[in-house]
Design a protein around this ligand. Structure first.
Ligand SMILES: [Zn+2]
Length: 41
């Protein structure tokens, strides 16, 4: 059961900023499609 959850998260694609293409830190609570840098512009 637990292994299935781990596999699920491993298979999640990396979130990428639509503005600059940088990988978005999934730890941050933003659910938009831009990274912190572009978000603060
Ligand atoms: Zn960005």
């Amino acid at each position: 059961m637990l292994e299935n959850v781990v596999e699920f998260f491993k298979n999640l694609p990396d979130k990428v900023c639509v503005q600059c293409g940088d990988k978005i830190d999934e730890q941050c609570e933003c659910y938009n499609n831009t990274c912190e840098k572009c978000d603060s512009l």
